[in-house]
Write a protein that binds this ligand. Structure first.
Ligand SMILES: C[S@@+](CC[C@H](N)C(=O)[O-])C[C@H]1O[C@@H](n2cnc3c(N)ncnc32)[C@H](O)[C@@H]1O
Length: 316
């Protein structure tokens, strides 16, 4: 990368080791910082970190992101306010308090990167994440650190209401933008298009422009007409059902394949009519098949998990 005036090429670990003020981080975070935050360096970005303590990470981010970045620290401890004298913006408040976040974002505006290294309780992490999601700019990140608190007794964990369990569930919500799934479209998937899980760190990737409904597309390449061997795993009933669904829901690729000479618009109109009149029959057959398939598949997966050398069985 081209070196720019006032900008360092040092990695985050090197900077962390060299700043004069105390910072506490976990060793494995620095690879994550370099790969996930690298693209934001020397840009005009707004970076917020919850958890100031002795100020070390403020100086780490200042050097890492470069002179064009706006670095903002948040802490419950009023002592943190002294770092204003070093050119940082500091807000004193409780990250578990929604009113605090309203005031904060009202004054600061939209943010590019939010790093949560605050109190690490589930309530604090969940509130911070929820309040941040609509206030992060497209292309931005929310980084929740020290999520091992979700596995620590002193935080009342493990629990199904731990931050980590809640975040795992959010992975399901990402599928609200897939037309092939039963997950309903939801607000989460209007903002978040990806989640990265690392040991002790969870990263949400925000970009409203990437949160569109997904769709199957094709290129202009020559179609040889090879048999699709995915069908080998399917019964004749399933194959017919899938074909009927493709027709009823007007998948343009499928429709074009079977009605080459007809216009897509007319087929879509026909699809709509058929779906209205006979869709319920397909839904009933689909429901019955789903139950049978689920039972058969579950017992097979249990067997596979048990026989794996990794012994990943959930029954263990
Ligand atoms: C782990 S330390 C931060 C370490 C710092 N980022 C560093 O790299 O050295 C946690 C900080 O979070 C602050 N904190 C704890 N609970 C908080 C809350 N509810 N809201 C805001 N800050 C909180 C603490 O006062 C403490 O300064």
């Amino acid at each position: 990368m081209e070196k720019i005036e006032g900008m360092t090429n040092k990695g985050s670990y090197e900077i962390f080791r060299s700043v004069s003020q105390k910072s506490f981080k976990h060793e494995k975070y620095f690879d994550i910082y370099d790969s996930e935050l690298g693209p934001y360096r020397d840009r005009k970005v707004t970076v917020v970190e919850v958890g100031v303590l002795d100020g070390g990470s403020l100086f780490l981010w200042k050097e890492f992101f470069g002179p064009n970045a706006r670095i903002i620290g948040i802490d419950f401890n009023p002592e943190a306010a002294k770092w204003v004298n070093e050119g940082f913006e500091i807000y004193i408040g409780d990250q578990a308090d929604r009113q605090f976040w309203n005031t904060f974002y009202g004054e600061v505006g939209m943010v590019d990167v939010l790093i949560d290294d605050g109190g690490h309780t589930d309530v604090q992490q969940i509130t911070t994440m929820q309040e941040a999601i609509p206030r992060i700019r497209d292309g931005g990140l929310i980084i929740i650190e020290d999520t091992h608190s979700s596995m620590m007794r002193e935080f009342g964990n493990p629990s199904k209401y731990s931050f980590l369990e809640i975040s795992k569930n959010l992975v399901n919500q990402l599928y609200g933008k897939s037309p092939l799934t039963v997950v309903l479209n939801n607000h989460f998937s209007d903002y978040v298009y990806g989640i990265n899980f690392y040991e002790s760190v969870v990263i949400l990737k925000i970009d409203r422009t990437k949160c569109l409904m997904n769709k199957e597309i094709e290129n202009m390449g020559e179609e040889i007409g090879n048999a699709d061997f995915r069908e080998v795993n399917q019964s004749i009933v399933t194959r017919k059902l899938i074909a009927t669904r493709e027709l009823l829901y007007g998948n343009p690729i499928f429709v074009r394949k079977i009605f080459r000479r007809k216009s897509e618009d007319r087929i879509l109109l026909l699809s709509k009519y058929l779906r209205k009149s006979f869709g319920w029959i397909v839904e009933i057959i689909d429901g019955i098949l789903y139950i049978v398939k689920k039972l058969r598949k579950n017992s097979k997966v249990k067997q596979i998990l048990k026989s794996s050398i990794l012994n990943m069985s959930r029954d263990k």
